[in-house]
Design a protein around this ligand. Structure first.
Ligand code: C2O
Length: 323
């Protein structure tokens, strides 16, 4: 059992540790039962950490809520609320990359396995187009009660979902999903700002990048519970403030993150990371696996190998079918 840690308040500038071996993130529908047992165990320990430990499951979920909805009550010198939000702009990919990175490192640390890697929800491949089984076992720490009741397996995920949209027959849905992937990775994402989203600068209007809008937002809404008095905003996955309370969030975001890596390998001269220093020098603060408060910069997360992980390579049917 991991010893509990009190939060530190001193901020350390984070330098990714030297990489000795790469952690490999695998598709959630393909992992072994040993892997599932290990991931479940790590999540259980995380849930059972004292609530004051910044590595505790709810604390981790709250990090997301804080960065999404902005801090409650923080004011600048003139009494104006300071808003800093990580959606709907170019902050989206890097913020979530770092967030998932520390979550993964914490899980690995709690089970003493520095090679532990999260799974990715491979919703862009037909075999992964439903809620992966490991998340539906009611006795598992990976289970969450606040999920859609009509989108349980084997319902096919809808990468262009909006609330209330009815499920389609599998074949049509898979085909539609290929189209969504192709439009948002290839034809509609030829330039960095189309893919990443608009710059994030004081006074300028923000808009999301192609993948953030769909499939990212759609999978959130599709997974969250129907609107009821207990789940008025489609909790958990359907609304920022509670999305991190569903462990499936991290598999969803691993796949979103994987799209960033894949996008840079697609044909086209402009499929490159943004080089603007306003982007590269943006920093975020997290707790690392030792519960230290660390400051990270976007410029340090552009290459997953520097962060010590890669994605298992799997087929990209949407590219083959449409490309
Ligand atoms: Cu910060 Cu998928 O949301």
């Amino acid at each position: 059992m991991a010893s509990s840690k009190a939060p530190s308040t001193m901020v350390i500038d984070y330098v990714p540790p030297p990489v000795t071996s790469l952690r490999v993130r695998q598709p959630a529908h393909k992992v072994s039962s040993e892997y599932i047992a290990k991931y479940n165990k790590a999540t259980e320990i995380m849930r059972n950490l004292p609530p004051s430990d910044p590595r505790n499951f709810m604390q981790q979920a709250n990090i997301h809520a804080l960065y999404c909805d902005g801090p409650d009550g923080d004011k600048d010198g003139l009494g104006k609320y300071i808003q800093f939000v990580v959606h709907n702009s170019w902050l989206f990919f890097p913020f979530h990359r770092w967030y998932v990175y520390f979550y993964e490192k914490i899980l690995g640390n709690l089970i003493g396995d520095p090679n532990f890697a999260l799974p990715f929800w491979n919703w862009d491949h037909p075999d992964g187009m439903q809620i992966p089984d490991m998340y539906t076992d009611k006795l598992s720490a990976l289970y969450d009660l606040n999920r859609s009741t009509v989108h349980q397996p084997p319902t096919t995920v809808d990468l262009d979902y909006h609330n209330g949209k009815a499920p389609k027959p599998r074949k049509d849905q898979v085909d539609d999903n290929y189209g969504v992937m192709y439009n948002n990775m290839v034809s509609g994402a030829k330039l960095p700002l189309l893919f990443f989203g608009s710059p994030y600068r004081e006074g300028s209007k923000i808009s999301p990048g192609s993948i953030e809008k769909h499939p990212h937002n759609c999978v959130h809404n599709w997974t969250g519970h129907e609107i009821t008095p207990q789940t008025p905003c489609g909790e958990d996955m359907g609304v920022f403030k509670s999305a991190g309370r569903d462990p499936i969030f991290f598999a969803h975001h691993a796949n979103v993150d994987r799209m960033w890596s894949i996008w840079k390998t697609l044909d086209g001269p402009k499929r490159k990371d943004i080089t603007d220093t306003d982007f590269l020098d943006t920093s975020f603060v997290f707790y690392d696996e030792k519960a230290r408060l660390v400051r990270v910069k976007i410029r340090d997360c552009l290459d997953t190998k520097v962060l010590g992980y890669v994605y298992e390579e799997v087929d990209l049917p949407w590219l083959k079918e449409r490309g």
